[in-house]
Design a protein around this ligand. Structure first.
Ligand SMILES: Cc1cc2nc3c(=O)[nH]c(=O)nc-3n(C[C@H](O)[C@H](O)[C@H](O)COP(=O)(O)OP(=O)(O)OC[C@H]3O[C@@H](n4cnc5c(N)ncnc54)[C@H](O)[C@@H]3O)c2cc1C
Length: 474
């Protein structure tokens, strides 16, 4: 008999959360803390979604998406998780760039960027200051017509090198392009610039373990290996339950942390939506996917520090299409030194590149394996510039592709960072279409990444709380 991963689960909960990405986890925790009965369903055998890790022979632990997030995570974790989690968030101080236009080292905050832009790039202080103030002042209710390209053209006309410095890390962080609305850039860039780049000391495994403990203290019923097949909707368009691993479980509200398009088009079903909304949902564009190469050195072996994050590129200028290309010319190396997991003796490197799903989707198994092998070899060739003897010191190497991300997180086309900006409106309007159905997860660029996902989980759980408390009093 296959194991019943829903053994002991109740037949009805106040809220069912589909998916344990950072938004799903945060929504589940807040709602349980507020006294609701919450069932968290995750199809994978591990919690965290993209915020996850894997272990390999000889005790190596690889983090998937722990490269850096803004300082805002400290406040969000303190308020919506625990002080202990917030206390493990530490700054990454050594961010490097190496490309044909410039080589530099920075703490990636406003003060240091102002110094670099004025002294190294020769931009007038007033222009830099004005740019920072404009970016900082941008918010959701602003003009959404101006593109990031136009923003840069306004402040730094003809300065492709400056655009690269300002844009490349954000493109890596959330897949945004020069053609996306400037507000998405302004919000995300300013979040990083306020105090630099942060990480969770102890690794994603420790973070997610602590989150699970906190959820269980608050009474969340957490179930792994549970795939939600359907969100059940009544004739008067209200959520009544979900079907998971073939079993029906009733509920008053569903928070879906699954991909926005999957939530609407597959889980809830097209027939339950108004035509205009459905068309809008269908036309939402997904963000790109990613490739990664994971490299672990032999236990106890190390390398000369080459930054915490290293933005390496051989391409002549900032070029989004080139960053996605299978013919890789730009990579971000995340270097994990022993203090990532205090007490460890491990040095690991994860190389990340943005990627097109279509470059990988239709390859035969043989071509797919060969392409992965090529990705690994070319990455090691590139890395030898920074870690000359990496091939001799290496203990383990493997690659992930858009197919890997699709497989583990069920994101359509392995989308790493949710959807383009228009997805946010569709996500927010979901409960107006189906009473009690909410979406929380990477969406609209500004709500993606670790901080965006956690904060969107907070916003959505507040909406669910309002709905449920209103229902209880009427
Ligand atoms: C390679 C890479 C590097 C990144 N680096 C960074 C970084 O350095 N900093 C940063 O801030 N962000 C980074 N990100 C982005 C960040 O990790 C994500 O934006 C964020 O973790 C997404 O959280 P989420 O809540 O949207 O859910 P997701 O992580 O997308 O998780 C969704 C969950 O729902 C589950 N699910 C889906 N469908 C079902 C179903 N039907 N039934 C049950 N479960 C289901 C999935 O299995 C998954 O666990 C990176 C992403 C990638 C891919």
């Amino acid at each position: 008999m296959p194991k019943d991963f829903l053994k002991g689960a109740k037949d009805h909960y106040d809220v069912v959360v589909i998916g344990s990405g950072l938004a799903g986890l945060t929504s589940a925790n807040i709602l349980a803390r507020n006294g609701y009965s919450v069932l968290l369903l995750e199809h994978h055998y591990q919690l965290g979604g993209m915020a996850t890790w894997f272990k390999r022979r000889n005790g190596h632990i690889f983090d998937i998406s722990l490269h850096g997030f803004p300082i805002g995570m400290i406040k969000s974790c303190r308020k919506y998780w625990t002080q202990e989690i917030a206390d493990s968030i530490v700054q990454l101080k050594d961010i490097r760039f190496n490309n044909p236009q410039f080589t530099l080292q920075t703490t990636f905050n406003r003060e240091d960027f102002t110094k670099l832009l004025t002294e190294k790039f020769g931009i007038a202080y007033e222009t830099v200051d004005d740019f920072f103030k404009t970016a900082r002042g941008m918010n959701f209710y602003d003009d959404q017509e101006m593109t990031t390209r136009e923003l840069f053209e306004k402040f730094f006309p003809g300065r492709d090198d400056v655009v690269r410095l300002l844009m490349e890390p954000i493109t890596y962080a959330n897949g945004s392009t020069l053609d996306d609305p400037a507000i998405t850039y302004g919000i995300v860039f300013s979040n990083f610039m306020s105090k630099g780049v942060y990480t969770f000391q102890g690794g994603t495994d420790l973070l997610v373990t602590k989150m699970k403990e906190e959820m269980e203290r608050n009474g969340v019923d957490v179930r792994i290996r549970t795939m939600v097949e359907k969100v059940e909707v009544s004739k008067d368009r209200k959520v009544t339950g979900v079907v998971v691993n073939g079993r029906r479980i009733g509920c008053n509200a569903v928070v879906s942390n699954a991909n926005l398009k999957t939530t609407i088009l597959k889980l809830a079903g097209e027939e339950n939506f108004e035509r205009d909304y459905l068309e809008e949902a269908k036309s939402v564009r997904l963000n790109n996917s990613s490739c990664q190469v994971y490299i672990a050195l032999k236990p106890g072996m190390g390398f000369e520090p080459c930054g915490d994050l290293l933005f390496h590129s051989e391409h002549k200028g900032f070029d989004f299409e080139a960053m996605l290309s299978r013919d890789v010319s730009s990579r971000t190396f995340s270097c994990y030194y022993p203090d990532t997991r205090p007490g460890s003796d491990r040095h690991l490197i994860v190389s990340s590149t943005n990627a097109n799903y279509s470059d990988w989707a239709d390859l035969s198994e043989e071509d797919y394996q060969a392409s992965k092998e090529d990705l690994i070899e070319t990455t090691l060739d590139c890395l030898e510039q920074y870690v000359p003897d990496v091939r001799e010191k290496m203990d383990h190497v493997e690659a992930a592709t858009p197919r890997t991300f699709e497989y583990y997180t069920r994101h359509v086309q392995g989308a790493s960072f949710g959807t383009k900006f228009e997805g946010l409106k569709v996500s927010k309007e979901l409960p107006e279409q189906i009473g009690g159905l909410y979406h929380a997860g990477s969406v609209g660029i500004i709500m993606s990444g670790w901080l965006g996902a956690v904060n969107y989980g907070v916003i959505v759980s507040n909406d669910v709380d309002k709905q449920l408390s209103l229902a209880a009093t009427t």
